[in-house]
Each structure stands twice: as structure tokens, then as C-alpha cells.
Design a protein around this ligand. Structure first.
Ligand code: SF4
Length: 375
């Protein structure tokens, strides 16, 4: 087989997450997909492939685009609220969700979508110049481009800029430890709470995702939030939401924020209707009844479902309207101004003022403001 992978390509680098198998194939050890590759083959994620006696990453330093977004859009509600995050992704994915909301990026074959490029230092400089307090690896999963993500996070950390991973958490242990040593906050997509859903709809497995959640919560300082997209008829039963929220409360604790987000028909699930707002509200009620303190609704306009309530005095301490923060009742360290209860999260200074704006960025210069994107 003729390979299009070349080590003299400036965006192709050698990796260290693989091992040779007795049958002559090389197995990638980044994620539980465990692609076993002959010479010239690429893995399911497409961005990693075999070149000679190693696995390479073919998209180092390349991106499908950069935007400055509100941190609330990741979504992270307890991490530097109101601040701007320089956000980007690359191409490909290590899952194959039938409902993917970013399928144009996740299923693309690198060269047709990776139109922008930036070194880690360039990205850190641009983030600082634009007043971003964090950089977010999002749009597609940083698991598959972790070497680039780690270098970008390192360059950002030198400038006091935090790093955020938005991920499905489908990783092997060594790669997971290496990536998250560089990350300050994560939103992990817990797609459902049934192995059947993961097998049939996401073409993956549930257990490694639960391992990532346990690891982040109990073995790191990464601030963790979770998102579950509720898909009508697939993962939105009362029983499944009850089981999921009990697990989060018991295994991770009541302070991990959980976002129930609305599905919109997409990709290979165009025939499934959008999530009714009542389903999101009911899921939120179940989570709160099971002891979780911070359960939110997402992808719908729902002021009650996006309000943060102080667990000490019961007052609303952060009111949101889409991605815009209205009332803010916390001090600079995240304590309730009324009762002094410390809220879980990372709070540092006054609430940010970025608002719901979304701004497209080209590394050669900012090319245009796209206006508001609040919901
Ligand atoms: S990271 Fe990519 S190549 Fe490696 S095992 Fe996962 S899907 Fe396969």
C-alpha cells in the first residue's frame, strides 16, 4: 500500500504511544480503539498513522480554525466565569457518533479542512494579545492530537493562560496522564450511561470514559464538568438518567457540575426529533433529587436551568441568559457574597466581561467579528 504519510512533512511528528505486535502490526496506545496498523495505514481518527516502525501524528500545528468564545460555551460554568477562551480543533475523531454535532470536522480527511496553522508559541501569544484567559481544545477531541495540545498548553502556562479540554474522555491510561498533566479544566462528554448506547451509537465503550472521570476527579487538580446530550428515545429514559446522576453523585461527588444538553437532528440521526425542553428540565430535577448541587440545561434558553445557586444559603449567585452573565453574586475567590460559602470551581478576580460574542481569528490577524451567538 502506498502511504501519503511523510516524516519530512513539517506537520508530521513521531509519537510514543504505540507498541509493536508479534504479528508485525503496530498498535496505537492513545485510545481504547487500539488501532493495529500495517505500513501506511491510518487509524480510525485518520490523523494518526503508521510510518515505518512508528506511529506518527500528521496534523501537528494545523487547525480547522480559531475562534474566541465565551468559556460558558464549552460549557464550563464554574471556571473563570465570563472570560474569553481561544478555541480551536483539528480534524478527525476517535469515536464515530451517529449524532455528531461537529461531523464536518470529525469526519473530515485532514487536508480538506485544516486551513489554518499555528505553533504553540504563536497560539499562546495570540491568546494573550486577545485577552483570553484560557485556550480550549474543542470542536474535535484533543485526545487524537494530544502532542500538539500538550505543547500548546505548556506555552500557554508560561504566560499564565489556562488550558481547557473538551473531550469524550475515550483514552488509555498513559496518554490520559500525560495530557491532563497540562490541563486546568475539562468538560467530559458522558454520552449515555449504557454500554449498548456506546457500542451502537458512538462505536465505543462506556467503561474507559468512566475511568477518565474517576481519574480526573480523584487523581488530578483538573476542574471537571460533565455534559450529557439527551437524545430522544436513545439515552433520555428516567431510569438511565437516574442511574447516571446517582453514579456521578456517588463516584465523583455532588459538586461536579453536570450539563444536560439538547440534541438537534444531525449527521446520521436526522430522523430523530430535537430534545423537548421538558425532558431537559426533568433530567435536571432527577439530578438535583439525587444530590447533585449543580445541574444545568443547555442548548436551550432556560434562565432557571442555567442559574447557579449557592449551596449554603440558596440564593442565586450566577444568573445567565444564554452565554451572557447577568447577576453575579460571588467575590473574586468564588465565595457567595451573602453567606461566604465557597463554590466549587476556579475563580480568580472579577467576573469576565466577554459576553456572548464569538470572534473568528486567523493567525495572520483577526479577520472579523461574527456577532452574538448567545442562546
Ligand atoms: S488515537 Fe486514533 S489511531 Fe490511535 S487508537 Fe485511537 S483511533 Fe486509533
Amino acid at each position: 500500500m502506498t502511504s501519503d504519510l511523510r516524516l519530512d512533512d513539517p506537520h508530521t511528528i513521531s509519537t510514543r504511544y504505540w507498541h509493536a505486535r508479534p504479528d508485525g502490526r503496530i498498535q496505537c496506545d492513545v485510545c481504547p480503539r487500539a488501532c493495529r496498523l500495517h505500513e501506511g495505514q491510518r487509524g480510525l481518527c485518520f490523523v494518526r498513522g503508521r510510518l515505518g516502525d512508528r506511529i506518527v501524528l500528521a496534523t501537528y500545528g494545523r487547525s480547522s480554525g480559531f475562534c474566541v468564545d465565551p468559556i460558558e460555551k464549552k460549557p464550563l460554568y464554574h471556571f473563570l466565569p465570563g472570560s474569553a477562551a481561544l478555541s480551536f480543533g483539528t480534524a478527525g475523531c476517535n469515536l464515530a457518533c451517529r449524532f455528531c454535532q461537529n461531523w464536518d470536522i470529525s469526519t473530515s480527511r485532514e487536508t480538506d479542512s485544516l486551513t489554518d496553522a499555528a505553533s504553540p508559541t504563536d497560539l499562546a501569544e495570540v491568546a494573550e494579545r486577545l485577552g483570553c484567559r484560557s485556550i480550549a481544545f474543542t470542536y474535535n477531541d484533543p485526545v487524537i492530537f494530544l502532542e500538539y495540545a500538550m505543547d500548546v498548553a505548556g506555552a500557554c502556562r508560561e504566560r499564565g493562560i489556562r488550558s481547557v479540554a473538551v473531550s469524550a474522555g475515550y483514552m488509555c491510561d498513559t496518554a490520559r496522564r500525560d495530557l491532563y498533566a497540562h490541563i486546568d479544566a475539562a468538560n467530559i462528554d458522558l454520552k449515555a450511561f449504557s454500554p449498548q448506547f456506546y457500542a451502537k451509537v458512538a462505536f465505543g465503550r462506556l467503561e474507559p470514559v468512566l475511568d477518565t472521570l474517576r481519574y480526573l476527579r480523584h487523581e488530578t487538580d483538573v476542574f471537571l464538568e460533565i455534559t450529557t446530550l439527551l437524545i430522544p428515545g436513545h439515552n433520555d429514559s428516567t431510569a438511565e438518567i437516574d442511574t447516571l446522576t446517582r453514579w456521578v453523585a456517588e463516584e465523583l461527588g455532588p459538586d461536579v457540575p453536570l450539563h444536560f444538553s439538547a440534541f438537534h437532528p444531525s449527521h446520521k440521526m436526522l430522523g430523530v426529533p430535537p430534545t423537548p425542553p421538558a425532558t431537559l428540565s426533568a433530567a435536571r430535577d432527577i439530578g438535583l433529587a439525587n444530590g447533585l448541587r449543580f445541574v444545568y440545561t443547555g442548548n436551550v434558553r432556560d434562565p432557571d436551568g442555567t442559574t447557579t445557586t449557592c449551596p449554603g444559603c440558596g440564593r442565586a449567585v450566577i444568573r445567565r441568559d444564554g452565554y451572557r452573565i447577568g447577576h453575579y453574586g460571588l467575590d473574586d475567590t468564588g465565595r457567595c457574597r451573602a453567606c461566604r460559602t465557597q463554590l466549587p470551581g476556579r475563580f480568580s478576580g472579577p467576573v469576565g466581561t466577554w459576553g456572548p460574542r464569538r470572534m473568528t481569528v486567523r493567525m495572520a490577524g483577526i479577520v472579523g467579528r461574527d456577532g452574538e451567538d448567545g442562546r
